[in-house]
Write a protein that binds this ligand. Structure first.
Ligand code: ATP
Ligand code: MG
Length: 264
């Protein structure tokens, strides 16, 4: 389970998130909605451990942060808010970015293979393939199969990571990485924006499928109810000006689509 306790997040001294309490259980889909600038991406970055985002706790001054009970984020019972992004990823957290980075010169297979090998040294690595017995050739086949399940143009796999990719292609690449690494918890930041209707359906359905099969907890940040048709949310949380103002079920997302945030 991801547990977030009274989390305050500051960027350059400015408070962006102000006392967030949230849990995501294994296998649970939690949707985060909220107006532009309400702090949704900040929540995703703070979870992933982006160094620009300074995390503290409502109750405790930052100087007390290291004390044992002053945890702010836990993953499966272990504190991670004092861990590096790399350690959080190893603990099973994966963030699919709203604006994925391009890295010219870094081939996709090479990136995936190196990351895969690093992760396969972790004892609770969860992929269905056994990394110890996979050769590079087999790995490539495995990646191609996953890419095909997303309807990803295979020609893209021969290029550098996200280099010159369209917005939608970048989003598909994020999901391909997620499928390859099979994390325990997945944070999707507006994976639906920029996707055409068919791609949205394929991607949301494939996330829903692996989440169910592998009991992955999903935090899905979105502006639209349509992704939730294919990736049904167990819980919908509304963020406004850095605070959770409402929590509800699927109906809440439908209401927002109809009447907007002003009247809820
Ligand atoms: N590095 C930063 N420096 C200054 N302000 C920042 C920084 N990062 C975020 N903010 C501010 O924090 C607020 C929340 O931003 P955030 O990106 O989390 O919003 P969001 O809910 O994801 O919005 P959107 O729906 O547009 O993606 C905004 O007002 C933004 O300008
Ligand atoms: Mg955002």
């Amino acid at each position: 389970m991801i547990e977030i306790k009274k989390m305050v997040v500051k960027v350059s001294g400015k408070t962006i998130l102000d006392g967030i309490n949230l849990t995501v259980k294994p296998g649970e889909v939690v949707a985060i909605m909220g107006p532009n600038g309400s702090g949704k991406s900040t929540l995703a970055y703070a979870l992933a451990g982006h160094p620009k985002y300074e995390i503290s706790n409502f109750q405790f001054p930052i100087s007390n942060k290291k004390k044992k009970n002053n945890w702010i984020i836990k993953l499966d019972g272990k504190r991670i808010d004092d861990k590096s992004p790399d350690e959080r990823a190893k603990a099973g957290l994966f963030l699919a970015n709203q604006y994925p980075m391009s890295i010219p010169g870094l081939g996709i297979y090479s990136f995936l293979w190196q990351t895969w090998k690093k992760r396969s040294q972790i004892s609770d690595f969860r992929s269905q393939k056994d990394p110890k017995v996979m050769s590079l050739v087999e790995f490539r086949k495995y990646v191609v199969e996953l890419a095909q399940s997303l309807n990803l143009n295979l020609e893209l796999l021969g290029r550098s990571l996200n280099d010159g990719f369209s917005g939608g292609e970048k989003k598909k690449m994020e999901i391909l990485q997620m499928l390859v690494f099979s994390p325990k918890y997945l944070v999707l930041d507006e994976i639906d924006s920029g996707l055409d209707v068919d791609a949205l359906k394929i991607i949301a359905q494939s996330v829903a499928k692996v989440a169910k099969e592998k009991n992955i907890g999903v935090l899905v940040i979105t502006h639209y109810n349509r992704i939730l048709k294919y990736l049904p949310a167990d819980k919908v949380v509304i963020l406004e000006k850095g605070k959770i103002i409402k929590t509800g079920g699927k109906k809440l997302a439908e209401e927002i689509e109809e009447i907007g945030y002003g009247k809820i």
